[in-house]
Design a protein around this ligand. Structure first.
Ligand code: NAG
Ligand code: NAG
Ligand code: NAG
Length: 404
């Protein structure tokens, strides 16, 4: 949920925001805005704080926009310098020239084929520069696979889709299956500010990319890199569903469309229904201009077109697919834990590290103690609501978030 974590300090000057906070707030407070308040019970939070938090979160959602994509500012601001060196073939670095021949589909097909399971399923994660830095999200993500139960072998099926050059370089150093997602039509010197058409285009690019993976006949599990994989999730997936997605909050009923899905984790089977669904989702960005993919999913999940398609959609139980919004209660059951509902990259890293320590502690318990299910997560800590309270105005919190 927390997009703010994507935003890094700019090394020197602070860039002027392209749109004022007020404009953003106005734009955001449409009646259909998701009920972010549900995670903060009224009884425990003074009303003023609650209002402030809702506003802040809305702003954060808007600013951080892509829950799942999480573009991060690079040192040059919110620019997407789309692989300048990947596009120039003669820079002498063959490793960075992967997509230079322009035949991206061929390259993608090759990477997918090498990583796929026997039934043509791949695990896909996207990675950007900030999350690729040493000793940060990507390291925790890969470590979770190595220490999880039955997850180490899944690394053979994980494709890391790098969204910028540094992320690609880091992937090539630390992982076997890497793909550089090049965005056509954006000049490498163009800068894509938040919520500008270029920015939204980049966020939506992921949906379009995943559609192309489906069209190549591959099923996928898409995972954000701030999701720790502690157990093999496949035994927990529904066999009959086309599209299944994790939730910030789970209603208790996996078919209930009122669930609050989180686009950071989903499992999609490649078939005509899912391909048509992804096309519909992608094209719906035009019906809801200014919204990112997760918001639009929350609009279109009610659309009769989905029923007409026959798409079977299921929402995954947080008992298995938990997060900081709603942690998996039983460490005997947890498959994945997402650092959602988290504000700021430092807080996210802090809590993810504790989460990994908790998991290691759990693994070291004697069997009887494990079974007693008495162990609880020590998170969220810095990712809690309290971390928002230091900021005394939404405007300020936007500034703060941009400096995270
Ligand atoms: C779960 O939700 C579906 C769709 O809303 C509904 O048809 C079904 O009756 C619900 N099941 C339970 C056990 O409430
Ligand atoms: C998709 O539909 C077409 C015809 O509309 C059919 O020929 C094809 O086999 C279907 N593909 C799958 C994967 O179901
Ligand atoms: C986490 O929270 C504690 C207590 O508020 C604070 O001292 C610490 O600096 C925070 N750490 C990070 C990485 O934000």
């Amino acid at each position: 949920m927390n997009k703010a974590s994507l935003l890094r300090p700019q090394s020197t000057t602070r860039r002027q925001l392209p749109v004022t906070t007020r404009q953003l707030l106005r734009a955001r407070f449409t009646p259909s805005f998701p009920a972010s308040t549900s995670m903060f019970p009224d009884s425990t939070v003074p009303r003023a704080v609650l209002v402030f938090v809702v506003i802040s979160i809305s702003v954060l959602l808007l600013y951080g926009a892509a829950d799942s994509l999480r573009f991060q500012s690079s040192s040059s601001g919110y620019s997407f310098n789309i692989f300048p060196s990947l596009r120039n073939s003669n820079n002498g670095d063959s490793k960075l020239s992967i997509n230079d021949d322009g035949d991206d589909d061929y390259k993608l097909e090759k990477v997918l084929k090498e990583a796929a399971m026997e039934d043509k399923t791949v695990i896909i994660a996207t990675l950007n520069e900030a999350w690729a830095a040493p000793n940060t999200i990507i390291d925790l993500f890969l470590e979770s696979f190595r220490i999880g139960q039955g997850t180490r072998r899944l690394l053979n099926h994980l494709v890391i889709v790098a969204l910028d050059r540094k992320a690609y370089k880091r992937c090539m150093e630390s992982h076997a299956h890497c793909f550089a997602l090049v965005t056509q039509g954006l000049d490498s010197h163009d800068e894509a500010y938040f919520m500008t058409p270029a920015y939204l285009e980049m966020m939506w690019r992921r949906i379009d990319f995943l559609r192309s993976v489906l069209q190549m006949g591959y099923n996928f599990v898409f995972t954000d890199a701030d999701i720790m994989w502690f157990r093999d999730p496949f035994p927990r997936f529904y066999l009959d569903a086309d599209f299944q997605i994790a939730c910030d909050h789970f209603s208790g009923n996996s078919s209930d469309i009122q669930n609050r899905p989180n686009g950071g984790f989903n499992y999609v089977k490649s078939n005509n229904r899912s391909i048509e669904f992804y096309k519909f989702w992608y094209s719906s960005r035009e019906s809801y201009p200014g919204y990112h993919d997760q918001d639009v999913l929350n609009f279109i999940k009610f659309d009769p077109f989905i029923e007409d398609l026959g798409l079977k959609m299921r929402f995954l139980d947080t008992a298995f697919f938990g997060g900081l919004c709603e942690p998996s209660k039983d460490l005997n059951l947890v498959c994945t834990m997402h650092a959602n509902c988290c504000y700021g990259l430092d807080s996210k890293l802090h809590d993810l590290r504790i989460m990994l320590q908790d998991w290691k502690t759990f693994l070291s318990l004697p069997p009887a103690l494990k079974r007693s299910s008495s162990m609880l997560w020590r998170v969220p800590q810095n990712c809690s609501l309290n971390s928002l309270r230091r900021y005394d105005s939404p405007e300020k919190s936007v500034q703060q978030s941009l400096q995270q």
